[in-house]
Design a protein around this ligand. Structure first.
Ligand code: SF4
Length: 716
């Protein structure tokens, strides 16, 4: 039997056809009719069925609710009734004793839109807190704020078809050859058919994407804003601006021009560590090509100046008129399969449903009215890092974690572990056993996963695709939204006695319809869509308002942006170096990165043994010139030490890494990399080293740069 669904890995959002027999998933192939991939799948997508093999279901899945009497006691299998009762009672008691902000929710861009909606409503409408954030905070929150500041709405204006139509593709802070492979295959095909198309890659590492480019700007980590200002200076100097576009459709160019005046190409090239000639070439290709498309991801986003990096790039598009036309515009790539859906639903501390703002009283009233509650909480919620910092201070008593592994993926693991230990109740809603976070859980809620549940996701180009079940969840696992609903129903008599239930949902579609209503009249209006239409006509892009015949492939083609006056804003932010400086004690800049065949903390991709064929174990990569100077050679075990912790890992010389830099993939966790924090705690994986500093606008942490020392393991 064939079931059409969507790949649960990256934000490309490829369509898959799940093959099943007798209620078991037996294979997967690309959906030839899905417009994200037209039948292609990458190594991760094409091995999805291996992660649903019977042996995996029996040995690696969480199949039964479980709880433990106290932290040091073993986890014991339980029933849904018992764990739901325990969770609801503890939540109610905590809220009554310490207030709603003593509860926090940390959820995931892996969740479906319907799951996100259930969590958001539980947190805001029932518990009464804005303390709900998502691991998407680590992925794309700088892109969200960048779009809002520059264009007036969190809406990527371009689409995948623009890859076919662009004459210049500017890839910055991204390695799509590995992290968004199906998009990159499309780009390769376009380049083969259209050799005159220029591809520029900006990356501190010489990645596979950079190898393919016509021009690689191998900048020093964190210097993106200086580069964009230098490019803008060159455009001004060389007469490459689109002055009529600037005059007709934007505001604030004067201030930006004054800022760019001081960043000459020579100055920018010096800061970035590249040649002036290359910078000037990039400026000409970017501005003078008939259509320039930018693709960008974590290299811009995961930074203490992540929002400034995003707006600096959008400034370039606006100044050269490379936006709102076929083949032209900024297109941020989402990392997770439903990071975009989480933004739409407002399942993050800084957002409300339908791209609303929790700080806006009218927006709060609109959602309260839609949900049938008197009001929504006013106090700002805590974002990912802030949530765990508050838990470490004892302010968060109950933490409900769903579909994510913060004990591996958040920066400054020593702090994260202190936070998890200090919480009175850690609820872990997960599908896979053995994640690092499970060691801190008091209650396990086993969740259904890909291939087992119904709902929808939105990919990087604003395209909503259905996710469908090809088999029943194994054991007692349940869809995430059902787990949330059932606890909410137990809480309601305590927190809203005598009031009608807010959680009457019996299907994922009922949740989706409530979400849909929150988009009415907004920039992302999807009121013309339905499950039935998505089923009959296939995946659709938003906006898709009532009466529309189709969604919009690209935005702002009429030159009117989503700001009150319709003009896009130039944002004049100066260049700031990475938050943590290298010095004599920590002389190397460590970048975290992604491998082609692994995904996040490997809880799913690590189940397919063939995916280890590409890279079997973690290695630290350094420029070969740096090795003899440090008395190192290929294959040595080295100790990496940051201001927060240290760990041991094997070393590999790699000429693609710049001198004085190092790179370690972020996937490897407890089975592979162990170390200890500055306070002696056992730490796992690269985030034992990284820092919790974040962008002040987006609150996205600087996972892309850490000052470290690297020594042979046998040296002190
Ligand atoms: Fe899945 Fe992304 Fe690969 Fe497509 S490119 S198959 S969405 S991992």
């Amino acid at each position: 039997m064939d079931t059409r669904s969507t790949c649960p890995y990256c934000g490309v959002g490829c369509g898959v056809i799940i093959e099943s027999q007798a209620g078991a998933i037996t294979g997967v192939r690309g959906d030839p009719e899905h417009p994200a991939n037209f039948g292609r799948l990458c190594s991760k997508g094409s091995t999805l069925h291996l992660t649903a093999a019977p042996v995996v279901l029996q040995t690696r899945r969480l199949l039964q609710p479980a709880l433990r009497a106290e932290r040091t006691a073993p986890m014991e299998a339980s029933s849904w009734d018992a764990v739901n009762k325990q969770v609801a009672e503890k939540l109610a008691a905590t809220i009554q004793a310490h207030g709603p902000d003593s509860v926090g929710f940390y959820i995931s861009g892996q969740l479906l839109t319907e799951d996100y909606h259930a969590f958001n409503k539980l947190a805001r409408a029932l518990v009464g807190t804005n303390n709900i954030d998502s691991n998407s905070r680590l992925c794309m929150s700088s892109a969200v704020v960048g779009y809002k500041q520059s264009l007036g709405a969190d809406a990527p204006p371009a689409c995948y078809e623009d890859l076919d139509l662009a004459d210049c593709v500017f890839i910055t802070g991204a390695n799509p050859a590995w992290a968004h492979p199906i998009l990159f295959r499309r780009l390769e095909a376009v380049k083969a058919a259209k050799p005159a198309m220029k591809i520029i890659v900006v990356d501190p590492r010489r990645t596979e994407s950079a190898e393919f480019a016509d021009l690689h700007l191998q900048i020093l980590p964190g210097t993106d804003v200086a580069l964009c200002l230098g490019l803008l200076h060159a455009c001004i100097w060389d007469g490459l601006l689109n002055q009529s576009f600037i005059d007709a459709h934007t505001a604030g160019f004067g201030e930006l021009k004054a800022l760019a005046r001081d960043m000459t190409p020579a100055q920018a090239a010096r800061i970035c560590g590249i040649s002036v000639t290359d910078l000037l070439q990039a400026a000409r290709w970017f501005a003078a090509s008939p259509a320039t498309l930018s693709l960008y991801c974590q290299g811009l986003n995961q930074s203490s100046s992540g929002t400034a990096k995003n707006t600096a790039l959008i400034n370039l598009h606006l100044a050269t008129g490379q936006i709102g036309r076929p083949g032209a515009g900024p297109l941020s790539l989402t990392g997770q399969p439903n990071a975009m859906g989480g933004r739409e639903v407002g399942g993050m501390a800084t957002l409300l449903p339908g791209h609303r703002d929790p700080n806006d009283a009218l927006h709060r009233t609109e959602i309260a009215s839609l949900w049938g509650v008197d009001d929504l909480p006013v106090k700002p919620g805590k974002t990912a890092v802030e949530l765990f910092e508050a838990a470490a201070r004892g302010e968060i008593k109950v933490l409900w974690i769903a579909c994510t592994n913060p004990a591996q993926s958040l920066p400054d693991q020593a702090l994260v572990r202190r936070a998890l230990e200090r919480c009175e109740l850690v609820i872990l809603q997960e599908c896979f056993a053995g994640t690092a976070t499970a060691a801190y859980a008091d209650v396990i809620l086993p969740a259904a996963t890909w291939g087992e549940k119904e709902g929808s996701v939105t990919n990087s180009e604003r395209r909503i695709s259905r996710v469908r079940a090809a088999m029943a969840p194994p054991g007692e696992a349940r869809p995430d939204w059902q787990i949330v609903r059932d606890v909410a129903r137990l809480l309601e008599p305590v927190l809203r006695p005598g009031r009608p239930s807010l959680f009457g949902f019996e299907t994922s579609e009922a949740l989706w319809l409530e979400h849909r209503e929150a988009t009415r009249g907004r920039d992302l209006d999807i009121c013309g869509l339905s499950y039935a239409l998505l089923d009959s006509a296939g995946p659709q892009q938003w906006p898709y308002p009532e009466g529309a015949a189709q969604g919009l492939a690209r935005l702002y083609e009429d030159g009117r942006f989503a700001t009150p006056d319709g003009r896009a804003r130039f944002i004049a932010k100066p260049y700031q170096a990475c938050a943590e400086a290298v010095d004599a004690r920590f002389p190397f800049g460590l970048t975290t990165s992604r491998l082609r065949d692994q995904w996040h903390g490997m809880s799913r991709s690590g189940l397919a043994s063939r995916l280890f064929g590409h890279e079997a174990a973690p290695v630290l990569r350094m420029n070969p010139q740096d090795l003899p100077r440090r008395g190192l050679k290929d294959g040595d075990l080295v100790r990496i030490r940051s201001r927060r912790g240290e760990m041991a890992v094997a070393l590999r010389g790699d000429a693609g890494i710049s001198p004085a830099q190092a790179d370690l993939a972020m996937h490897w966790g407890q089975e592979f990399i162990s170390g200890r924090g500055a306070e002696g705690q056992a730490l796992l994986g690269v985030n034992g080293l990284t820092q919790p500093i974040f962008c002040p606008d987006s609150k996205q942490p600087e996972l892309k740069f850490t000052a470290v020392d690297i020594k042979r393991l046998d040296l002190p």
